[in-house]
Design a protein around this ligand. Structure first.
Ligand SMILES: Cc1cc2nc3c(=O)[nH]c(=O)nc-3n(C[C@H](O)[C@H](O)[C@H](O)COP(=O)(O)O)c2cc1C
Length: 322
């Protein structure tokens, strides 16, 4: 698969476990995102053929170019996991080396791999072997280091490149920082200057300006947006028109409401029209869509007490003054 289709000033949706499911990805695609990534999928779960694990990896054709992200600690199991995904024909396989949560760390996976670089590089080598003969791209996503005393993203990034990663993505915080403090974009700049593979810049992009600045200040090849897209998937379209230099009409509340309505429609579809289940899933997104709008908390309270989709959309319409 052509690398430049995902690295040439493209906009990626970051993997966000619990948020970037099929319905949200479909909405982001319609709002102009270029590249999508699955939520993280356990390589152990893939090996044991757990059906809920495989469900996390599934995507529809219109979501291409699509990367499936896997996590784990054992290079051979990671390779087996990657091999089992070839049949889904993803554009790429991404290795999670940045997740800071305890559940993942205690298995030696996610950002714990930054403390054991030789295992991380073995994982890349073994997964690369498993993908041999396919044109599936291999990438890795990592942090600046474990903590401020052990910043190692430069050596780590170079090691990943030497092991066979074809592109790398840096979220420049340490594991200890979790998601607090500011992302150190200067780390992305230094990494870009030190490796030859394309670099995706991630962290704290939440507006047209920060999206453009990430390109300018770091020289990264493409950008990745996570939390900034929650509650405003239209941000992709806004940044895309800024990159292309085309005029973007300010999006009004009516337009935004239509996006939210469609998002709920997709959540219903993904849940075989089971309203109760769909509403449960959609509530997390309602919180993000209504955040910061005067009266939003009252709307959220009301929505948390109903499973009636018509009531939900009525309340959102009211909040958006439509
Ligand atoms: C709720 C949540 C879930 C996340 N899940 C994942 C994940 O599954 N895989 C991963 O590599 N990163 C995950 N991340 C990290 C994001 O992909 C991203 O690197 C981080 O949020 C910084 O980017 P942002 O400032 O654009 O959000 C998650 C972050 C959050 C807040």
């Amino acid at each position: 698969m052509p690398l430049q289709d995902v690295t040439d000033r493209k906009i990626w949706l970051a993997p966000l476990a619990g948020y970037t499911d099929n319905a949200f990805r479909r909405i982001c695609k319609e709002c102009g995102v270029d590249v999508l990534v699955s939520e993280m999928v356990s390589a152990d779960g893939l090996m044991h053929e757990q059906s809920n694990t495989i469900d996390y990896a599934k995507f529809s054709d219109e979501q291409q170019p699509f990367f499936i992200q896997i996590f784990g600690n054992n290079p051979l199991i990671m390779a087996q996991g990657a091999e089992s995904l070839i049949k889904l024909n993803p554009y790429g396989i991404d290795i999670n080396m940045g997740c800071p949560v305890k559940k993942v760390i205690k298995r030696g996976a996610g950002s714990a791999l930054m403390q054991t670089p030789s295992i991380a590089f073995d994982i890349v080598r073994e997964v690369k072997k498993a993908l041999h003969g396919t044109d599936i791209i291999l990438s890795a996503k990592f942090r600046s280091g474990w903590d401020l005393q052990s910043i190692n993203y430069l050596d780590f990034g170079k090691g990943l490149e030497d092991a066979g990663a074809e592109l790398i993505c840096l979220h420049p915080r340490t594991r200890s920082q979790m998601f607090s403090g500011e992302a150190k974009w200067e780390h992305i700049k230094s990494l870009k200057e030190s490796v030859t593979v394309p670099v995706i810049g991630n962290g704290d992009i939440n507006s047209i300006i920060t999206g453009m600045e990430m390109f300018e200040k770091t020289g990264c090849d493409s950008i990745m947006i996570g939390r900034g897209s929650l509650g405003k998937p239209w941000l992709f379209e806004e940044i895309r028109s800024a990159i292309d230099g085309t005029f973007s009409v300010p999006l009004d509340n009516n337009w935004k409401y239509k996006v939210i309505e469609k998002h709920l429609k997709y959540v219903l579809e993904e849940n075989d029209n089971n309203h109760e289940q769909a509403v449960k899933e959609f509530r997390a997104h309602v919180s993000t869509y209504t955040k910061g709008i005067p009266g939003g908390s009252k709307t959220r309270d009301l929505i948390n007490r109903t499973t009636d989709v018509d009531v939900i959309m009525f309340e959102i319409r009211k909040l958006f003054r439509l």
